[in-house]
Design a protein around this ligand. Structure first.
Ligand code: SF4
Ligand code: SF4
Length: 382
């Protein structure tokens, strides 16, 4: 079993996206000493392949020298874990030295773009699109693979056709993300979309994917279809992430995922103490998340999709407790209704495809139709 460590060199970010909930403008930068401690921590922590994802805030704030020292340290000192790397960045601070380094270590980049400049900059700030595209060109010149995540908000969801067309016309693969209620803002629902809207969006994109098969990749649809086919989640949202995913904040604090970094009640330990799995599992944060998994087993027991949904993401299950002002998990992922909509659509259509493909036509042709089907997506992503 592989495990995943997200490294958060800074919680700060030079951008100012309207719906972002994860930035701390006063954040320190991670010192190299924390990476050295991380290496000592992981040397005997687990004997399985590891993926490191640099995340933030904005991880490129750490600068070239940080990556020039960090990457060989992790790659060489932890070579027995066969480390792979990835980074999630807005690309503004990309330069040719960094791009070359990422190319040398075969590091794929995930970035964010919410659609054409007018839509993107409306929700991410003036000039965002141009700065990201400049970084994108630099990375591409060095042969680094870049894919984009598009966040759909209460504003942009009304423009979904235009956004899809933008990704299609520009040969960009699409991964989407629903804007969540910002738990740290005064108007938490301003940008968020409802589970029903998210479900409709996924079904819309499924239709578009089938209509444009071979012209674009929509990662979420690939993952959802593959999950249904193999009967288990293939990305963290639909699998049990607890215990296999960790995030290390700028000060070495260990959390269950980048989404929890900075939330005191979800701090599990610190890399400086080199905690074992057993020690981490004794932390109140770990216990809280295991309680959530037990709650999923109970609340989702009768759901047809539990095997490849697993209650969704624990972070999406958080709400603010009005009495304590703390964020507490209050059920399964709040996007449950969206997951039910898309899983129903995929399973119904897959069953229909299966039935119609096994009925030979009178004229001797073996299959009724050559139109792309759910089975094509399921088999394509295997
Ligand atoms: S908390 Fe959510 S985003 Fe983080 S690893 Fe788990 S499922 Fe993925
Ligand atoms: S779709 Fe909803 S009820 Fe079903 S497993 Fe997922 S979160 Fe649970």
């Amino acid at each position: 079993m592989a495990f995943h460590v997200m490294i958060i060199p800074s919680m700060d970010c030079p951008s100012n996206c309207s719906y972002c909930w994860g930035v701390d403008k006063k954040s320190d930068l991670m010192k190299l000493e924390i990476i050295e401690e991380m290496v000592q921590w992981l040397k005997d922590f687990r004997d399985e392949p590891v993926t490191f994802t640099f995340h933030g805030g904005e991880p490129l704030l750490a600068g070239y020298e940080y990556y020039q020292k960090t990457l060989p340290l992790l790659a060489q000192e932890l070579s027995h874990l066969n480390p792979a790397f990835a980074i999630q960045t807005n690309l503004w601070l990309m330069n040719s030295d960094l791009a070359q380094l990422f190319a040398d270590y075969d590091i794929p980049i995930g970035s964010s773009l919410d659609g054409p400049p007018s839509i993107n900059d409306h929700q991410r700030g003036d000039g965002y699109f141009e700065k990201t595209m400049q970084g994108y060109e630099i990375a591409r010149e060095k042969g680094v693979q870049v894919s984009f995540i598009s966040t759909f908000t209460s504003y942009s969801i009304k423009l979904k056709e235009e956004i899809f067309q933008f990704f299609l016309d520009n040969n960009l693969n699409l991964k989407l993300h629903p804007a969540l209620p910002s738990l740290r803002s005064e108007d938490p629902d301003k940008w968020s979309i409802s589970p029903e809207e998210y479900g409709d969006l996924l079904v819309y994109l499924l239709d578009q994917y089938l209509a444009h098969m071979g012209e674009i990749e929509i990662k979420n649809i690939d993952h959802l279809c593959k999950g249904v086919f193999v009967r288990r989640g293939v990305v963290c949202t639909y699998a049990d992430c607890v215990g296999d995913t960790f995030a290390v904040g700028p000060d070495g604090g260990i959390y269950p995922c980048y989404r929890f970094v900075g939330m005191e009640e979800y701090l599990m330990g610190n890399v400086k103490d080199h905690p074992s799995m057993e020690e981490l599992s004794r932390s109140p944060a770990w216990k809280k998340l295991h309680k959530w998994m037990e709650l999923v087993d109970k609340e989702c027991a009768d759901c047809k999709y539990i095997k490849f949904c697993r209650g969704g993401c624990p972070y999406n299950a958080l709400t603010i407790d009005k009495k304590t002002s703390k964020m507490e998990i209050d059920g399964v992922d709040h996007q449950c209704a969206a997951y039910k909509m898309i899983f129903k659509e995929i399973t119904d259509r897959a069953n229909k495809d299966f039935l119609s493909s096994s009925i030979p036509l009178m004229g001797g042709s073996k299959y009724k139709s050559k139109k792309a089907s759910i089975m094509d997506i399921m088999l394509k992503s295997l």
